[in-house]
Design a protein around this ligand. Structure first.
Ligand code: CP
Length: 306
């Protein structure tokens, strides 16, 4: 049995197989409509979510399975002080597979150690969000036709943005990837990513503050939200929340085939006027999240039964 805590828990070949399966699920949904008949997915969400929780639930329903779970710590016995270890031991008797989101980094890993069902990390604090990364990889591969030879701009909150950390970890495994890291000084990528991931693997990268400077070079722009919930100080959040706003005039600086991705939710960082631009792919990206989670659920259940 295997869990998914970090995108690096999957080899490049396994990711490729999951993306192939997801593409087939998009084209041939009926073929998979009974793949999980009689099986249950538990969604244990201690932190708010729209896309991740509901796309997991849609994925399991599309596979013929059922779903159970909670959508906030307050509506679970965590509010009475129950540990994730005890919760997962109980849920292991109720469901066949589980997706867990938690504000504390490492909480899904702790759960996986006591679990007798596969546990999927659906986002842990500012750490990792592996299923968002699978969604991003599926979107990039489907819309750009490749996962190599890309100049990728990551813009916004690169310090606390778990989607950015997981995406960098994953993309460095493909040939000829270059990053432009676009952030205010206070929200630069953590030093462990700069030193232990990028420099250690000799990945070309440049840190810039101005989005306008980076835009003409990019094959792909990955925008992120400045996350209010990760700030200790309201003043710092207010100062930085509108630091980047991608609008029509900035899009004129970008290549005609540059893709704009965003894990969503967005606040102000992409103006709604950009939504109609054919390069804006973030709503399609959210849709890909369903197919990739279908493929992941089926793959983890298959490995569990091998
Ligand atoms: N992208 C993402 O994780 O969105 P939610 O917080 O709505 O799940």
């Amino acid at each position: 049995m295997r869990h998914l805590m970090n995108p690096l828990d999957l080899t490049v070949e396994e990711i490729s197989e999951i993306l192939d399966l997801a593409n087939d699920m998009e084209v041939n949904p009926k073929k998979y409509a009974h793949s999980c008949d009689g099986l249950k997915l538990a969604t244990l969400f201690y932190e708010p979510s729209t896309r991740t929780r509901l796309s997991f639930e849609a994925a399991m329903l599309n596979l013929g399975g059922s779903v159970l779970g909670f959508s906030s710590a307050d509506s679970s016995s965590a509010a009475k002080g129950e540990s994730v270890s005890d919760t997962i031991r109980v849920i292991s008797g109720y469901a066949d597979i589980c997706a867990m989101r938690h504000p504390k980094e490492g909480a899904p890993l702790v759960a996986s150690m006591k679990s007798s069902i596969p546990v999927i990390n659906a986002g842990d604090g500012g750490h990792q969000h592996p299923t968002q990364t699978l969604t991003d990889l599926l979107t990039i591969r489907s819309l750009k036709g490749r996962l190599d030879n890309l100049t990728i701009g990551l813009c916004g909150d690169l310090k606390f943005g778990r989607t950015v950390h997981s995406l960098i970890d994953s993309m460095i495994r493909y040939p000829n990837i270059k990053f432009l890291l676009i952030s205010p000084e206070e929200l630069r990528v953590p030093s462990y990513i700069r030193e232990d991931v990028l420099k250690k693997h000799h990945i070309p990268f440049k840190e810039v503050v101005r989005l306008e400077e980076a835009l003409p070079e990019l094959d792909l722009l990955y925008m992120t939200r400045v996350q209010k919930e990760r700030f200790f100080n309201e003043e710092d959040y207010v100062r930085m929340k509108d630091f980047y706003i991608l609008d029509k005039s900035k899009m004129k600086l970008a290549r005609p085939d540059m893709l704009v991705l965003h894990p969503l939710p967005r606040v102000n960082e992409i103006s709604v006027e950009v939504d109609e631009d054919p390069r804006a792919a973030y709503f399609k990206q959210a849709q890909y999240g369903v197919y990739v989670r279908m493929a992941l659920i089926l793959t983890l259940l298959k490995w569990k039964n091998q």
